[in-house]
Design a protein around this ligand. Structure first.
Ligand SMILES: *Cc1c(COP(=O)(O)O)cnc(C)c1O
Length: 354
């Protein structure tokens, strides 16, 4: 590990942990004792430090809240039965973070701040990692423009931070999904491949409309014909048809390249299913459904891991599934959990030891 300099740490006087129940803790509401902070000023990163989690003081003219130069990542750390902490595939998120940064005209964050800073922060707050099945520590690195000036131009200063949130099982009931054919998430040439904050802001109205109709999320389609499916909320999507698994390919540049997506493709192959990354049309799904060949549909992402989909609605055509009969999706989840929680050997080099 690069140890270019040691990051100064100011420890909290008294940990808040004794007042927190980690078992079944809800996602994204409780944060650990410390956070990492770094500033990009005059072309270089400085003020890298770990200090007690606390509010930030900011100017009302802070560039990010006006023009949206803001990106983030989502990563998880786990504790195995021996009590050792590991982070799941952090280098993949590190690369994606800097891809997002470049697309948003933001500076790259060096490895000794992103990876070493994360390692050090997680180590410091490792007592917050729940050593319970289906529990983890959610790691949220993010960066935003921090110039105090109104004006549409790239900011000259940026703030990079990492915060940590212990999280329990993501009890998501099998979802009902509305195939969206009016609104769109991302167009070729746009920022759909970047984990840019605005992508989520712009999806909320559309998701709220679907919720009013009784659906949990929308399955986005392509911007030209609303014919090819893309992804769901913060999840990539997979379809088991016959003995193959299909997922939309990334060549359009409109789909976020999920680390869970990549891990699930590897696991599907290990389970003996051929994985096809290709354009997936709604027509193809409806034909497969009518022929009783569309067996399982699921979403993948760091927060929920694998989410079952019990209904897909496209216009008036409803595809519904009895998820209790499924074999593939639960098997993927348990294989991934076994690796992440340290019950089986990590043959892929996915677990990064703290
Ligand atoms: C984060 C995200 C995903 C899932 O990516 P993971 O690396 O698996 O967490 C999928 N789609 C979108 C739009 C996302 O923001």
């Amino acid at each position: 590990m690069v140890e270019a300099y040691s990051i100064p740490v100011t420890k909290i006087e008294r940990s808040r942990l004794p007042g927190v129940t980690l078992e079944n803790i809800p996602f994204g509401k409780t944060f650990t004792d410390h956070m990492l902070e770094a500033d990009f000023v005059n072309g270089e990163w400085k003020n890298v430090e770990i200090r007690p989690y606390q509010p930030l003081v900011m100017s009302p003219s802070l560039a990010a809240i006006h023009y949206g130069q803001a990106i983030f990542e989502g990563i998880k750390a786990y504790k195995n039965e021996a009590g050792e902490a590991h982070i799941f595939r952090p280098y993949d998120n590190y690369k994606r973070f800097n891809f997002s940064a470049a697309r948003m005209e933001m500076p790259e964050v060096p490895e000794d701040i992103f990876i070493e800073g994360m390692r050090k922060l997680v180590e410091l707050d490792k007592n917050w990692i729940p050593a319970l099945h289906d529990h983890s520590l959610y790691i949220r690195p993010f960066m935003f423009s921090s110039d105090e000036m109104i004006g549409v131009r790239p900011s000259e200063s940026y703030k990079f931070m990492i915060i940590l949130a212990p999280t329990g099982p993501y009890y998501s009931a099998p979802m009902r999904i509305y195939v969206e054919e009016k609104y769109t998430r991302a167009a070729p040439g746009g920022v759909g491949q970047a984990k840019a904050a605005g992508n989520y802001g712009s999806s909320m109205y559309v998701t709220a409309q679907a919720r009013k109709k009784g659906y949990d999320q929308v399955l986005w389609t392509d911007v030209y014909e609303h014919k090819y499916v893309q992804e769901i909320g913060t999840m990539n999507v997979f379809f088991v048809i016959g003995n193959k698994a299909y997922t939309p390919d990334l060549s359009t540049g409109t789909i976020l390249a999920g680390v869970t997506r990549d891990s699930v493709m590897t696991i599907l192959e290990e389970m003996g299913l051929q994985v096809e990354e290709q354009p997936v049309s709604v027509d193809m799904l409806m034909e497969a459904y009518k022929a009783s060949e569309l067996r399982e549909v699921f979403g993948t992402g760091t927060a929920a891991t694998v989410s079952l989909i019990r209904e897909l609605r496209y216009k008036d055509f409803v595809m519904s599934f009895d998820t209790t009969q499924w074999k593939v999706t639960p098997e993927i989840k348990s294989r991934l959990d076994d690796i992440r929680e340290g019950r089986v050997a990590d043959n892929h080099g996915w677990m990064f030891k703290i």
